[in-house]
Design a protein around this ligand. Structure first.
Ligand code: GCU
Length: 331
């Protein structure tokens, strides 16, 4: 090696050392993938975006959440299953979609369970709500918080639904939820479980005649283009759940777990503040697009499904007991 060449190498080495010293110790960043089925402008997605931002701040950039909305990594059910296998770190699922993984979540599928919004939050934020959040932990699904998913309402491609009788004989899409299936049947319609991302086509092709969902999801899925009547039956108020794979949770240090839980709690509060305004805007948007928004006599729907509460308590006493505790929750 010539003297000039070895001097040049020495200089390069020194420069590198100075540069690295300037960077400080190399810090590793843990990247968490969070995938779900909703549109990125949905208020529930905005809740998750807040979670990602707060976690980045709390961890000084050491925990990074990458969001994959719109079913990019799979349907709601597929994402839940990936969490169980450890192939995906986090997802957001409707509690209805969790009923098959932990029966405790069925309690939220009981129609007309909550007296009003204040009662709903008292139950979800109280002991019983927190208990249900962790009910699927043994199945590698750890609930971190609830997001507001409002109340669900029917819509059809065929006819105006004003009274429960108007649903008779219609094929209604449900979530993959035993409770939703029973409720739709109790209302005299037939129930067809279909993944949310496949529903637009199913409505278009007449595989089903209608479905039910909250206003932001009805609007952002563009189902309103096919279903021109939206009836505010408000039959269920099923919360969404932010989930972390128990595999990933166990890999986190206790400090990281604390950041994750705190960021989830902060995003939960933020998301709830967004919900009512988002609902109002969604209803305005579908009305402006020519959809008829119907305010029915809700008691008629309620009467039809009232027996479900007792039936479930008889068949699944543990769920019946949770329902009793939910009913007793006081704001
Ligand atoms: C709601 C919920 C979603 C769910 C959807 C459905 O929009 O937030 O998580 O996928 O309902 O009806 O499938």
């Amino acid at each position: 090696m010539t003297l000039r060449r070895s001097n040049a190498l020495l200089l390069l080495g020194t420069l590198l050392a100075v540069l690295l010293a300037g960077c400080g110790p190399v810090r590793s960043v843990k990247v968490i993938k969070l995938a779900h089925a909703l549109d990125p402008s949905h208020p529930v997605h905005l809740g998750m975006a807040r979670f990602a931002a707060r976690l980045a701040e709390k961890s000084g950039g050491r925990l990074r959440v990458d969001l994959y909305p719109s079913g990019q990594l799979g349907s709601e059910r597929e994402c839940i299953e990936l969490l169980q296998l450890g192939g995906l770190g986090m997802t957001k699922a409707s509690s209805s979609a969790l009923e098959g993984f932990a029966a405790e979540f069925r309690v939220f599928g009981l129609p007309f369970l909550f007296r009003d919004e204040a009662h709903r939050w008292a139950a979800l934020d109280g002991e019983v709500g927190r208990e249900i959040l962790l009910a699927a932990e043994g199945k590698f699904l750890r609930g971190l918080c609830y997001y507001d998913a409002g109340t669900r309402n029917f819509y059809t491609t065929k006819r105006r639904v004003v009274r429960p009788e108007d649903l008779a004989g219609l094929k209604i899409r449900t979530q993959e939820s035993p409770m939703a299936i029973r409720m739709v049947r109790a209302l005299g319609a037939s129930a067809t479980p279909i993944a949310f991302g496949e529903l637009y086509t199913a409505l278009q092709q007449g595989v089903v005649d209608g479905a039910e969902n909250n206003p932001p999801s009805f609007h952002l899925s563009r189902h309103y283009e096919l279903c021109r009547h939206y009836v505010l039956s408000e039959h269920t108020a099923v919360p969404d759940v932010l989930l972390i794979s128990t595999h990933l949770w166990r890999q986190l240090t206790s400090e990281e777990q604390r950041w994750v839980q705190e960021a989830a709690g902060e995003s939960e509060r933020h998301q709830r503040e967004l919900w009512n305004e988002a609902t109002r805007r969604a209803l305005d948007a579908v009305r402006a697009a020519g959809v008829e928004v119907i305010e029915p006599e809700k008691a008629l729907f309620q009467e039809r499904v009232a027996a479900l509460h007792e039936e479930i308590a008889r068949e699944l006493p543990a769920v019946g007991e949770l329902a009793r505790r939910v009913r007793e929750a006081r704001p």
